[in-house]
Design a protein around this ligand. Sequence first.
Ligand code: NAP
Length: 351
Amino acid sequence: MVWIKLKELLTSNMESIGGMNSTLVKVLAGSAGLYVVYKLCDGLLRLPRIGRYSDRYILVTGCGSGFGLELVKRLDSLGCHVFAGCRTESSVAQLTNCCSDRVMPFLMDVAKPNSIRKALLIVSNKLSEDGKELWAVVNNAGTGLGAGPLEWITIDDYRASNAVNLYGMIDVTMTFLPLIKKSRGRVVIMSSMAGRIVIPGTCPYYVSKHGTEAFSDELRRSMRPYSGLKVSIIEPGNYLSNLTSGTNIGANIDRSWNEAPAEIRQEFGEHYYKSVREARLKRNPSKRISDVTNAYEHAIFGRYPRPRYVVGRDAQIVLRPLTWLPEWLADWLIEKMTFKPPLPAALMLTS
Ligand SMILES: NC(=O)c1ccc[n+]([C@@H]2O[C@H](COP(=O)([O-])OP(=O)(O)OC[C@H]3O[C@@H](n4cnc5c(N)ncnc54)[C@H](OP(=O)(O)O)[C@@H]3O)[C@@H](O)[C@H]2O)c1
């Protein structure tokens, strides 16, 4: 009797588990289907472009090398007019030689408010001369000062990084915003995955890019009443440029180490410095700079640009998913995935 009851109970449970399983499968299949439809609609929505390239006047900052230089060449090849802000005379000369006369290179140091005001004059004069409007401002200029463990980095490294990456970008954006409001054009802001998640080793850069994200989000939301005006953030992973080159990173780590106070150098020891330096130089950035210029181009000319462009496989597959995880798991994974430095000399002595 008991056995029969038990059998009945088990059979009914198995049936309900089977029922649950098939419901789960239906829910999963339905969600996957919805996701595919969403991706398809999203992809289709992003296809239309705003044309009339030869009528478009665009300001780009930090055009001396890397993404900025590539973007200027791309815009030039499309037939646009480009105001190309450069930090040095040699970059101005380089652009004058390599581009058509639609490209107007001039000195513009985004860390110097006076230089930004002069740039506004240059741009405004040219626009009124040609009877045109400024279609887009692209905040590309950036620097990566201050590398190594937190205690090697000085407060001046944070100031220098923020002066360009954050305050410079804000100053440029707010200075040119009235022109963009008039044209209902585009503000494009270069951030980084460093603005979303912190991988230890270059803290001032991460601080400046987290600030960049905050400003860009606020700007995008507050510009909603200006229909047509769009704000986009670009978030690349690791790409090869002057900023990420071994020479630049090595020099940055050397400077931080050489300028660190004597007691910090003693605490960490030469072996720590050498292994951190060696590990940083082993990173292998992507050479597909066109991923970034494609994102820039879409943010400028897509009829419906994305609010955020996460660019590169490392950014899409590894870094962005890390931002969704609980801290304990993200911390553990970051420790497993990145170089684990040796113990500082002082801790080796006591352990
Ligand atoms: N490479 C990456 O993996 C990566 C990833 C995410 C985001 N980013 C961002 O992408 C942007 C471009 O960097 P990049 O990788 O192409 O490096 P890059 O080749 O070093 O380009 C940075 C440009 O910014 C200019 N610049 C620096 N300080 C400036 C200032 N005060 N005023 C005006 N221009 C200034 C530099 O001019 P000088 O050469 O004359 O100093 C250079 O032309 C930066 O905002 C960077 O943070 C890069």
